[in-house]
Unconditional design. Structure first.
Length: 96
């Protein structure tokens, strides 16, 4: 069963445009990462929040992806643009 991953980001108002440009430059790597089935990015209230809605083969593949992003420095660069730490939620497909 696939895993739904929801990532909620709260960018600093002055960093929204830079953050979206940064994400746009690297999102193709996420889409090509082993286990990523789909990812869509939504802007909330004209930049107050950015929400990633992702589908992964399973949570362990997402965790490998997140470890890679952390080791490569991407998460530190992203964190510097945020007002609060990212919130990451997982939900398993119930097949209902």
């Amino acid at each position: 069963m696939s895993t739904l991953v929801i990532v909620d980001l709260k960018p600093k108002p002055s960093e929204y445009a830079s953050m979206m440009e940064f994400i746009g430059a690297i999102i193709h790597e996420t889409r090509g990462f082993d286990g990523c089935l789909d990812i869509n990015i939504y802007s909330e209230n004209e930049g107050e929040g950015v929400i990633f809605v992702e589908h992964w083969e399973d949570q362990s593949k997402y965790e490998k992806y997140l470890a890679w992003r952390t080791e490569s420095g991407v998460m530190d660069k992203l964190a510097a643009m945020l007002d609060a730490p990212p919130i990451i939620r997982f939900a398993a497909d119930t097949s209902l």
